[in-house]
Design a protein around this ligand. Sequence first.
Ligand code: ATP
Length: 520
Amino acid sequence: MKNTTHAAENFLTGTPLTIDIKSSFEQAQELFSLAGEELLVLTDGAAFKGVLRRRVLEEAMRFGLKLDLADLLEKIPAGEDFVREALKNPFSAYVLLKKDSAKSLITLKDAFAFAWEDLSENFSLEFPEELSEICTKASEAAKALGLRVFLVGGIVRDLILKRPSFDIDLVVTEKARYFAENLAQKLGARLVKTSLFGTFKLAWRDYDIDIAQARWEYYEAPARLPKTFPGPLRQDAFRRDFTINSLFLCLKTRRLIDYYGGLKDLCAKKLRVLHILSFVEDPTRIFRAARYATRFNFAFSSDTFRALSLALKLKVLSLLSSARLRNEFLRIMEEENPSLAIIFLAENRVLNELFEKVPDKFEIKRFFALATKMRLSPAEKIEAFALFLALREKDLERLDISGHKKKALWQAKLSLKEKAAFLKDPKIPLSEKVFFLEKMPREALLAASFLDEAFILKCLKCFEIKPGLSGEDLQKLGVKQGPEIGKMLKALRAAKIDGTIKPGEEEAFLRKEFADVFSS
Ligand code: ATP
């Protein structure tokens, strides 16, 4: 049964969870508990000593045995053919050694996650030319450094769904920095950013390439940022938001690695959390869920609904900082059709957790249709939306609007409300309303739901109307420098807005309306 596809090298899965052999039982137990693994690699310095089984440790602790971790270590038989070893191996695990240190701890879970058949037989994944070039260069860089590289997350999902994507996430089994530098050099790309989490960002043509080492993480409390550590691929899959975003594509073998049934969910159009506390540990995933469900027209799995109910019941959204919340709204506003995700959040009672009064779906649709016609930027849409929902000035802070901006928006909302009768009065010339409205931030106009859409759009066009003559032109006509010039220009503009003069009639209009100025 010597088969190269079974060779352990093909299952290189990233840094194993490791503990020093001199650690205490309690330290080992804590690591087991935080990571949810069943096996840890025991090391002495960098040298591999054996593995520790969770059940064994817990039994030793239950029995109150006065022993060291070294007493509990067990050996795993080594061999070249992983599958054969795994079948014989009572631990169902295999350690890949390099020199005498452990490069990977491969479990049966890994073996099941690696696609056995060649993907291209079942899916014609079409790599656009530039993406192919990135993948080829990434493979070369990985080979040069003796590591493995995988496409992961959204790009794999979008390749399978045949949707274009310019955000590429690459995961490497080790040495992320060297890999990033090597790839940047091969592509002639810029290394634009490094982060505290040891991730790197390259910019190449239209592509953003994020590079990270596979890692595991745990949360100390709901809605906190996680603690992260280098880890194996199966942990890196588990820390993700949904099964459809947890797929890896190995660039060496071009095979899919699917730990949590992401492929099946993609085909079934299902959005499934990795575990039931997913939204509790990271409530931003709720907003991500709204985006994916509406962008792809995917349904929540029943567990995802249960996870959402749990998170809402535990009120974890209140623990999210306003900056993080704003970031999620920003990403929603960047969607092609943000109203769908917002309606989804409203109908699933998520918005109620954040704002006292939530508009119905018709109001939300009207709001976004107008926002699109007004060509508001995603950031302006957030501000308009926050103002639309806010009952008090303080409510704006929930979406991280503060300081001068908060005051200006709130003041605009109050002024608009005060002037509602004036704005709706058909007897008042349009120009007067335009002069009032153009002093307001554009976002505030959108939030004034008593104004009808056609009126707002008409006013926006009027904001662009010019008087037709300049101050200099007026001086050439003999008007002296002074406050009269300003008044005349304003009158000209009003006349244009109200449609009482046509182009070319400016001078005649001024000579009639401001006869005294011309005669003095
Ligand atoms: P989009 O098309 O919306 O950009 P994406 O999948 O590329 O989707 P990113 O925000 O770029 O989304 O994240 C990349 C990957 O990182 C995701 O596919 C997911 O695997 C993981 N991820 C991002 N945010 C989270 C989160 N809050 N919790 C868990 N995993 C996350």
